[in-house]
Each structure stands twice: as structure tokens, then as C-alpha cells.
Write a protein that binds this ligand. Sequence first.
Ligand code: WT7
Length: 652
Amino acid sequence: MTHDALENLSHEDRSFPPSAEFAAQANGTAELYAAAKADRLGFWAEQAEKFVSWDTPFTEVLDWSNPPFARWFGDGELNLAYNCVDRHVEAGYGDQVAIHWVGEPADDTRAITYADLQADVNRLANALTELGVGKGDVVAIYLPMIPEAVAAMLACARLGAPHSVVFGGFSAEALRSRIDDAQAKVVITADGGYRRGKPSALKPIVDEALELGAETIQSVIVVQRTGQDVGWVEGRDHWWHELVASQSPEHAYTPHNAEDTLFILYTSGTTGKPKGIKHTSGGYLTQAAYTFNNVFDIKPDTDVYWCTADVGWVTGHSYIVYGPLANRATQVMYEGTPDTPHKGRLWEIVQEYGVTILYTAPTLIRTMMKWGREIPAGYDLSSLRLLGSVGEPINPEAWMWYRKVIGGDRCPIVDTWWQTETGAIMISPLPGVTATKPGSAQVALPGIAVDVLDDQGVAVPDGHGGYLVLTEPWPAMLRSIWGDDQRFVDTYWARFPGQYFAGDGAKKDEDGDLWLLGRVDDVMNVSGHRISTTEVESALVSHEAVAEAAVVGAADEMTGQGIVAFVILRSHAAADPDIVTHLRNHVAKEIGPIAKPRQILVVAELPKTRSGKIMRRLLRDVAENREVGDVSTLADSSVMDFIKTGLSGGGE
Ligand code: WT7
């Protein structure tokens, strides 16, 4: 092999087998691999029976007669709210804490038991019914990290009304486009939430979205969180505490088909229009619960689990709501930022609640590394017994720091690879089985089939890199893109026919372990959030000063990738000395602060192919201060010289 689709450069020899004590008590054992290998569908049927309570048992495991449209457990019926809440109360665990909620302001905490959660979910389900929400009606959820977000998702699940959670950091325009795409009928929001010590408003953003469009919205339910002033439209807007408190805490659920839609979650694609990833019920819950049990080794009577993600991302859906609650876990949920009111806040929470399992992102670990090990050293972290990582490749240096400084050299680390589209974890160590390697997500979980292919679609041998594919359907797989089956087929199933192309590069090391190498397309991964270059470009070009824009993700020590924009200004704008600041703020307004470019470089030309396609590869070279690569397909090869000399004065 002369040319790998992705280079295999780094080497890692360190290996950390689980301790004998950990292995002896672990939920996930080596037998799982053998069982799944012997009979993959039989294995999934067993997990579906073990982790899920069915109102109508399924008789068929997988229908793959019309690929890539899968049906899992297709004639089974179940209710996800019942599975996540009611059955635990019925079994006598009503008094067990489901959520230790920690608000950002000091001493603002709530303990919510499974019985409390049941009453909250049922009251809201009754309230939604009163507002005319029924099966199949989409409900948009735009909330901060408060327990009402969990109750709202479960109330929708109970009714069979698909939820579409929109991350609270998104702008009015982003919210509007997601509401319009899904034709949502109701929005559940709050007056605001606490971020970095201050109340930050949400309701005005909803009001703005509803002015911009979103005409399908009939009702807005508003949680009172901060008490700040809000605008009000009589008849449309309802306070949660008024609407919900008066409802009965009883609600008789209806079972739903395993293939009924549970939720839509929007994620960036390579074109500007976000993709509504559609997930259904039975297969999704099976894999979310199975992975949560085996990867996080949950012991519901003793563990305190904490996932630092926001419910607005898929990690929050699968590993704050559905996976943990189906397993009757007790978890911590934190509203705020890690440095408020001080940089030790996370470790203070671990100490106070005796957190045993922590699931976080590499970007947070790198931030903690920057702040220094003396901060976590000031707290008792000895309750921790297992650590997880998700969202982007974790570099070996950060992995080792996580293991030593946070995990006291004693906790296994599970580096979990998956996507919004996969719904649940696909590649990860099993903590009681796998000898972990710093920086590698290692092998597919039992029941999951992956491979790494070259440009021709041929599996690469160990020691080589290429494109990561999933070679068999899996229970939590996306069923389509909301309203756009063709885009679903084209985006994921066309590059390598019959196989799901994840869009990630990966390599197999000499032992066959997998190393994830980031996105191969034009989607950037900033702090674990995928952001499409096209969306940021569109936002820049929507500013009257900008003629053209090209955006690339450049390697960034803190955030994985940072957004670097190259813009050509309209002639009248060139004189504005603050143009870069204006443009950064404009992007934040259009898409959200997360998409604010790290750097904006004003240039006279952009490198393009003859067909007019911007050559981002060359811009990435510039953004990462590399020697500019092959320019032979450029329409005008002098353009790169222009850009480089033009930049010697620096960017922002
Ligand atoms: C993309 C999916 C899955 C929840 C959070 C992100 C990257 C995710 C890992 C990992 C290397 C990872 C991939 C993937 N990614 N986990 N453990 N190692 N890369 O969900 O927004 O759908 O992003 O995140 O590039 O394709 P998402």
C-alpha cells in the first residue's frame, strides 16, 4: 500500500489492564463478545429483553429488507417514560434520588426522586394533552440544564410526541429554522438560566424566533428559573408552574410501536441546512441502556454518575436521560459552567456528592490541564472509580492527565466513540475487560460491526488508516433525516454502498485497535460540537460588509479545532477598523457564540478550483501555519502567494 487515505503516524505502547478487583465486579465480561459473535441478532434480542420492559413483546428482531431503512423489534410495543421512571417506582425505588441537581448559584440544589420525577412527567403529559399535543406532534425544547428538561423529554416520550431539543446556546434564527423544519407545535422554554454567575435570557430568543417565522407554534410553556422580566403573549404563553401544578400527577400511558419516532435532533451537515436526525424507540432504548450498563458499569444501588454534557446534545439524550434512567441510576446534573464561581467547581461537586462515574469531553480535560493540577488536588476525588470521554479524539497526553490527576491512577478510562446518528456508543473499551491504551477508543462493542476502508472501499490491514464504516445495522441507528430520505441515503450510504460511512478517519494499529482521526469532510469539531463550515460561511456572507467567505477548522490545543475564516470585504467596508469584531459578533448572533470564529483574516482572493469550489485544504495549511500543499488544481496558482504575503501583517 503506497498511499493511505489517512496517515498512520503516532505510536503508543502504554497499556492499562483493569485491576483484578474491578474486573471481578464488572457488568460487562468477555463472554459478551463471544455471544454477540456467535449470534448477533440473538444477542440483540437478549439485550432488548434484559434492559427493556415491553407491553407487547416483539417477534422480529431486525427487518433489513429495505436498506438503509431498518426496523428493529418492529412489532414490539413499549413506553419509554414507563421504562425510565414508572417501573422503578413500581419496583419500590420511588424514594431513590434520580437527579441530584446542582444550580450554578451557590446552595441552589434540588434532589429529585424517581417518585418526584414520575409526578412531574405525568403532570406535564396531562398539561401537554390539554394544549392539544398528541401522538406524532413535535415539541421543541429550548431549556437550560434544569430537571424540567428531563421531565419535558420524558413527558413527550410518554405521549409519543417526538421531542426536538435545541441547545440553549443557539440563536433565534437557529431555533426558528429547527422549529420550521420539524413543524413543531409547542415550545418549552424558561425565562432564562444561569451562566457564568449571571442570569442569561432564553424567552426573548424564543419570542424573536416566533417573530421570524415558526408559525406552527401554538403554545409556549415557560419555566420560571431566574425570575427575570419576560414579554408575554396572552393565550399563547403559559407559565409551567401555573399550567403544570394544577394537573393530576397520575397519567395512564399508551404503549407505542418500537419504530415510532422518539426524537429529532439537529446536527450540522456539509450543506448549510441542519439535518434533523430521526431516532425511534425500541432499538434506541435497548442500545442506550445496554451500553450504559456495560460501558459505565452502573451499580444502581451504590453509584453516583455524572455526565457533564448538555441535554441539547445527543450525549445528554442517551447518557443523561434514557440510558441512566432506564438503568435506575442516581446522577448529578449541573446547570452551570466549570469555572463559576471558581475553577474547582466540578471537583467540589464530585467531592460533595461522592461521584463514582464521570463522563466528560476532551476539551474540558484540556481546559483543566491548562488551569493546573493543583486545582483538582484541592478536593477529595477518591469516590471516583470510572472515567469516560466523548466528543472528539482524546490525545494521549490528556488521557494520561485524566487518568493520573483525576482518576488517581486507579480508574479505568472508557474513550467512547459514537455520533448523533449512531444514537449510542459504538466503539469503546469494556472497563472490566479491555487493557486500555491512551488515545485509542479500541474496539467495537459486542453486537457492533465496524471496519476501516481505503479509497476503493477495501478494508485496510492492521497498521493502516482510512475511513471508518459501520458494516452492519445497529439498534440505535438513525432511521432517516427528518423529511429527507434521499439526503439520508446520499449522506451516509452512498460513499461505500451497503455500509454506513461515519465521516471520520480512523486507523487500525498493529493490534487491530481503533484510533479515531477526526472528520474527513468539511465539518469542524469545536469543543466536541460539530459545526459546518458552510453554515459559518453563510453567516459571514449575510453581513453587508462581506463579499465572500471561506471557513476552515484549524487544530486548536484547547478546543480540538478552532474556526478560522477568510473573508473578502466589499470595497466600501475595507475602511472599518473594527470589522473583524463586528463579523465575529455577527456570526454569534446568526448561529450562536459557539460558532464565533477564533480568527478572521481579511484577504483579497480565495483559492478556487476551476469549477469554482473553494480549496479549503490550502486554507487549512495557511491557518495551521504549514507549507502550502499542492496547488495544481487551482484556477490561479498565484492566489496562494497573495494570501500568504497579505497575511504577514497578521490576522485579527
Ligand atoms: C463526531 C460526532 C457522540 C456524542 C458527542 C458528539 C467525534 C465523538 C469521539 C471519540 C474521537 C469522537 C467524531 C464523530 N467523536 N466521540 N471518542 N473519539 N472522535 O456527537 O456531535 O454527533 O459528533 O464526534 O468525529 O463523528 P456528534
